[in-house]
Ligand binder design. Structure first.
Ligand code: ADP
Length: 627
């Protein structure tokens, strides 16, 4: 019998499969079962439509059988079967379905990626089999056909005998080597667990004869083996079940079974949508932060199923980064099983589903915020930072989604509050949303800059995360209220009077002496409008705050470059210290130089900033104490 050659692309793919070093060879089983399920779908559909066909639902199933001695694994179905022409066309060339959009996919050069992401259908059998035989029969023909191939050198098709309609894929499993164990594909228990893992929710029963053990009748402790046919898959996925049938434990068990997390999920949502694009989804918000969540290693994504068949374990395109903590899955019959990653990204249905999922997550979070405040705070403590990063990234494009979800610690409420809550409480004469930045709540509470604002009875939001100030800079305002750092030079408070200017005028020479003594470290020294009990503080002018400068400076590639926050040293002219300053200016200019430096460094320390020369600072302090 003449061997036919594979079409060139198919040959390349086949080579790739045969020589694959891909570690998840086990997915071949998923691929064959999916093909079988598709084939049954077709015959099922046909029998539903054609009233002349007398059928029984039990006639539709997939069977796995193993012959360990012969090293044969067989996947059979009662599906539509293939004609001779179809055999030639379907198994002689690579499926048209876009699974191999492959030529343009550079990543897939070594094939690893493409196998890993989608499997590549029928040919994946060659990852585990030396030889593959397909025996198939359609309902319209008395004849059956046999397709046979041992790999890249071609295949043959011949007539053969088969009684029932459907297809058998018979694989002669490779011998195990030092590095590869193929025997596992002949082990019924392993095969069963692969079915559970990858094909649990296939609609049709996947059967296998299992050897079991039971007590011999009439004996005390003698056992005998017996054979029992078992259905390996659950057939009805939890997400297709009616919500009313399911209890919270079912969702929690499923979360664990799927290894979405080992905690008890904080919240779950079950979505069933019928429409132009239909889909089911189960979404979970974990109660604990995954250990690698804030690292590059963390992979976001939802499991993606096409009509009950797992096509991707983590589909990143279903979740925006800022909701990357969400776990779960999406199943849609409107997605093709063998869709490539590139195509998937641009797939309209997928984009639609992703948008809906995003909205769903937001609404779930909002309802948690409204009805389960404590839970929300727990959530926010775990994942709030991601939301703020989301706000900051993409130039604020996600502002609408995220601004209602973020929270900050409030000076007056002494707990996390939303921006909406803040604004709704704002005093009548209050122009801005005030915030202060620092290492932690305690440190911020002691910041001298907060004194005046707090005295006016205004609420202050405490920004303790590095990202906070960057995030609200992107937000710019909330409900038309601008944000204002309590350290900014221009606080624009009503009570700011002219006498401050008068003081600046009166002490003009003194202040410029101090500014010069500080050697360019501050842009200006001036009388403070905000200080009550502290002698000095730092303020900033312009967009960049001291905290932001600190963050930028700490970045690995020094994003800040040479940018500096424009610092202003503010002096409390009511404070006894100011008398000392004035005296020193009159009698001892050297002492004032030291004093200026010490006061400046103290202002830095209060801000939680490093001082440039701690030894010099310590010496200056000793000297001043001695004087
Ligand atoms: P894909 O499933 O992406 O189309 P495959 O290489 O897995 O690619 O299969 C190629 C084609 O062979 C299928 O589209 C289908 O028409 C046919 N086929 C494969 N397996 C079976 C089967 N068990 N029964 C009937 N037809 C099958």
């Amino acid at each position: 019998m003449a061997k036919k050659q594979f079409k060139s692309e198919s040959k390349r793919l086949l080579d790739l499969m045969i020589n694959s070093i891909y570690t998840h060879k086990e997915i071949f089983l998923r691929e064959l079962i999916s093909n079988a399920s598709d084939a049954i779908d077709k015959s099922y559909y046909k029998s539903l439509k054609d009233s002349s066909i007398d059928f029984n639902k039990d006639d539709f199933y997939i069977r796995i059988s193993v012959d360990k001695d012969e090293r044969v694994l067989k996947v059979s179905d009662t599906g539509i079967g293939m004609t001779k022409e179809e055999l030639d066309a379907n198994l002689g060339t690579i499926a048209k379905s876009g699974s191999l959009d492959f030529k343009s996919n550079n990543e897939a050069k070594d094939g690893i990626d493409i196998i890993g992401q989608f499997g590549v259908g029928f040919y994946s059998a060659f990852m585990v089999a030396e030889k593959v035989i397909v025996i198939t029969k359609t309902a319209d023909s008395d004849e059956a056909y046999k397709w046979e191939s041992s790999g890249a050198d071609g295949y043959t098709i011949s007539s053969c005998q088969k009684d029932t309609v459907g297809t058998d894929v018979i694989m002669e499993i490779k011998k195990s080597t030092d590095s590869e164990n193929y025997d596992e594909f002949l082990d019924p228990y392993n095969l069963k667990s692969l079915v559970k893992k990858y094909s649990n929710f296939i609609k049709y029963p996947i059967k296998m004869m299992m050897t079991k053990s039971r007590k011999k009748e009439g004996t005390e402790d003698e056992y005998e083996d017996y054979q029992e046919d078992e259905i390996l898959n659950s057939m009805v996925p939890i997400w297709r079940k009616n919500k009313s049938e399911l209890k919270p434990e079912d969702y929690e068990n499923f979360y664990k079974e799927k290894h979405f997390g080992y905690d008890k999920p904080l919240k779950y949502a079950h979505v069933s949508v019928e429409g132009i694009t239909s889909y089911n989804a189960i979404l979970y918000i974990p109660s604990r932060t995954p250990f690698d969540f804030y690292t590059k290693e963390f992979e976001k994504g939802l499991e993606l199923y096409s009509n009950g068949v797992l096509i991707m374990e983590k589909c990143p395109d279903l979740l925006p980064d800022y909701f990357g903590f969400v776990q779960g899955l999406v199943d849609s019959a409107d997605l093709s099983l063998n869709i490539s990653r590139e195509i998937l990204q641009h797939n309209r249905q997928l984009q639609f589903i992703a948008k809906k999922i995003k909205e769903k997550i937001k609404s779930e979070l909002l309802s948690m915020l409204k009805d389960e405040r404590e839970k929300y705070e727990e959530f926010y403590n775990n994942f709030g930072r991601t939301l703020k990063f989301g706000l900051y990234s993409e130039w604020g494009a996600n502002k609408e989604t995220l601004q209602d979800l973020i929270m900050f610690y409030s000076s007056t409420e002494r707990k996390l509050v939303t921006l909406d809550e803040y604004v709704s409480r704002m005093k009548e004469d209050q122009k801005y949303i005030y915030y202060a930045t620092g290492e932690n709540v305690n440190n911020i509470a002691k910041l001298p800059q907060t004194e005046l604002i707090a005295d006016k009875g205004y609420e202050i939001l405490y920004f303790t995360d590095e990202i906070d100030e960057f995030a609200i800079k992107v937000l710019m305002n909330f409900k038309e209220k601008e944000f204002k750092n309590v350290s900014s030079a221009d606080l624009d408070l009503k009570s700011e009077g002219e006498n401050d200017n008068k003081e600046n005028e009166e002490n003009k020479d003194l202040f410029s002496f101090m500014q010069e003594a500080l050697n360019g470290k501050v842009k200006e020294v001036r009388a403070s409008k905000r200080l009550k009990t502290h002698p000095v503080c730092l303020a900033t002018e312009g967009e960049l705050s001291i905290e932001m400068e600190k963050v930028l400076k700490a970045m690995p590639d020094n994003m800040a470059g040479n940018v500096h926050a424009e610092k202003i040293l503010e002096i409390n002219t009511e404070h006894p210290m100011f008398e000392k300053i004035k005296n020193a200016y009159a009698d001892d200019k050297d002492k004032l130089k030291k004093l200026s430096s010490v006061l400046y460094n103290q202002a830095l320390l209060i801000e939680g900033l490093q001082i440039e020369d701690p030894v010099q600072y310590a010496n200056d302090v000793y000297e001043l104490i001695e004087k």
